[in-house]
Write a protein that binds this ligand. Sequence first.
Ligand SMILES: Nc1ncnc2c1ncn2[C@@H]1O[C@H](COP(=O)(O)OP(=O)(O)OP(=O)(O)O)[C@@H](O)[C@H]1O
Ligand SMILES: [Zn+2]
Length: 480
Amino acid sequence: MALRIYNTLSGQKEEFQPIEEGEVKMYVCGPTVYDSSHIGHARSVIFFDVVYRYLKGLGLDVTYARNFTDIDDKIINRAEQLGVTAKAVAEKYMDEFHRDMDALHVKRPDLAPLATEHIDDIIALISRLIDKGKAYPVDGDVYFRVTSFDGYGKLSGRKLEDMEAGARIEVDDRKENPFDFALWKAQKPGEPAWESPWGMGRPGWHIECSAMSSRLLGETIDIHGGGKDLIFPHHENEIAQSEAAFDAPFVKYWMHNGFVNINAEKMSKSLGNTTMIKDVLKAYHPEAVRLFLLSNHYRSPIDYNEQAMKEAAGNLDKLYALLRRVSDEFGNLSILRLQSFNNKFGDLFREFCEGMEDDFNSARGTAALFEALRATNRAIDEMTDENAFESKIEIDGLMVDLFKMANILGVLNENPYEYFDAKKDKAGVDATRVEALIQERAEVRKAKNFQRADEIREELTAMGVAIEDGAGGTTWKVMD
Ligand SMILES: Nc1ncnc2c1ncn2[C@@H]1O[C@H](COP(=O)(O)OP(=O)(O)OP(=O)(O)O)[C@@H](O)[C@H]1O
Ligand SMILES: [Zn+2]
């Protein structure tokens, strides 16, 4: 198998070959911390978390950096509204971001740099660009000279001439070209600022990522990622800055995730159509959020809606019901969990990997996970005294595959009994009573006493509980 990645730069899937054998340097643009994170942000973070897990799973030595933009116009505006410092706003939302992402089982990257902790690197990079004639200071600001960089537009496929012709950009006579962008911004009254050769000021957004990426990972890195909205201007500008400064390619593979949409429109704070992660987590299990986001290919748009979330939550129930069933039948699951880290794997894990190696097609990956679920339930259903030995070997193999997939997708982190207990506690019904009724119903059904079985179902309905009979036994949930 060979991993293939769709590279925005070439517009094609390319075979992944790290610059240094066995090593991967990966940088993903993190949030501007001025508000709570929404499901759109979660998609980007969770997808790159899966990329990180998969590359590590391949045995590669991955260094993953994801920054925080902790100084920016949006943060300053928010601080003004709230009457607090920009630093206080950034810290509050960084804490919240960590809380959300930890809850979503996102692995912390190896490096999580803050722009404000790299001001020296930023100033050094800007100075270098000025020395090379690629940037110019004006009245305490510094601008990048776009015409000095031949490759400007190569990522987004835009040509500077066309952009200029169609531009409706405000004219600023201090700039040589309307597309020159700010590397450094002179301090305005009351704004946070740092000393620089051009006076007090603060960095522009684009330069941070070039500075932190080269400082922490080197001048050329393997993978740089973010949402599609960052292709232009953010990533186009990063390329211009880094390549103009170092005369070396900045990034080998550019990866961009599609949006989470609401009614076919991008979920975005500026449009006011956001669903915050913390609110979704009040109603749904974090792993249901992961399943929902990962059951689509990362470059396709996803429509966020309750129906899709409910479906993901139901699928997660089925997975945990299987774990509980296997545990009930065969005892300790932790043995299987341990085995899931060894090198042995079966056809379904191979199918999973084939999907993932085709440009991280996690839709195929999750399909293989559910195929493993169905196959295991089937094997347990069909187990008899005669075939018990072979069946156990088969089930063991399937569960190893299932856990290997789950480890990469970042799901099934919980003990299944605790999972269902927590669900019941949350639902506020008498779980012991429900379980007893379900047990009794199974018994009376076996004895073909369907009248009593119906009465029990009615009693459960009256308690607000819906039941579903499936291959893994009867599951229940509190009705909406
Ligand atoms: N709806 C979305 N779907 C997928 N990814 C998104 C979405 N919104 C933002 N992202 C991604 O999340 C990351 C962090 O975004 P950033 O902090 O720049 O967002 P923002 O511009 O503040 O958010 P918004 O777009 O809501 O105003 C970026 O990689 C961005 O592309
Ligand atoms: Zn960036």
